[in-house]
Ligand binder design. Structure first.
Ligand SMILES: CC(C)(COP(=O)(O)OP(=O)(O)OC[C@H]1O[C@@H](n2cnc3c(N)ncnc32)[C@H](O)[C@@H]1OP(=O)(O)O)[C@@H](O)C(=O)NCCC(=O)NCCS
Length: 147
């Protein structure tokens, strides 16, 4: 098992995993948009870090850490965990747990005060994963689509 940050050479595999994640959310993937998002992350590592986990050299999963969030009331920087996806054939082996554990460690090293994420109300597998990692929740997420 290897965990590392994605490089430009990983675009195809990361976009493939993002496409699967969108399909999990019943959303249509637009390849050009995913490719543009990947390139944006590669060009702006101060904003988005994409991580991958490999098994015997094969990319088995991904997750991203979005940076640059700031709490005005205590002056802390915090991060957002996004796009958590493990290929179906690699699930149930602790990959997500290890990958997110690694990203949390990176967040600590970057002196972030906390890491946030959102999960669908009925994604109980993800809830268990996040709670096993120590995440807690006492909030409701609201959103207002603007386009
Ligand atoms: C959720 C997901 C990332 C878990 O990946 P995974 O590598 O299989 O998870 P792990 O093997 O590391 O499991 C770690 C913990 O997560 C929880 N978990 C993972 N899969 C689970 C399942 N099918 N049922 C119940 N709990 C589960 C368990 O607490 C597990 O620990 P345990 O085995 O000691 O009980 C994976 O199923 C996935 O990619 N799902 C589709 C995309 C998705 O839901 N992403 C998250 C969006 S918020």
């Amino acid at each position: 098992m290897e965990i590392r940050m994605a490089t430009p050479a990983d675009q195809y595999e990361v976009c493939r995993l993002w496409t699967m994640l969108l399909s999990f959310y019943n959303k249509q993937a637009v390849p050009e948009v995913l490719q543009r998002s990947f390139r944006f992350a590669m060009e702006h590592p101060q904003k988005v870090l994409i991580f991958i986990i490999l098994i015997e050299g094969m990319v088995a999963g991904t997750a991203s850490l979005h940076l640059g969030h700031y709490s005005t009331w205590n002056g802390n920087w915090y991060g957002h965990l996004e796009d958590v996806m493990i290929s179906p054939q690699y699930r149930g082996r602790g990959l997500a747990y290890n990958l997110l554990g690694h990203i949390i460690e990176v967040a600590r090293q970057k002196d972030l005060a906390r890491v946030e994420l959102t999960a669908l109300n009925d994604n109980y597998e993800a809830h268990r994963l996040y709670e096993k990692l120590g995440f807690t929740t006492n909030s409701v997420v609201y959103e207002l689509p603007l386009k």
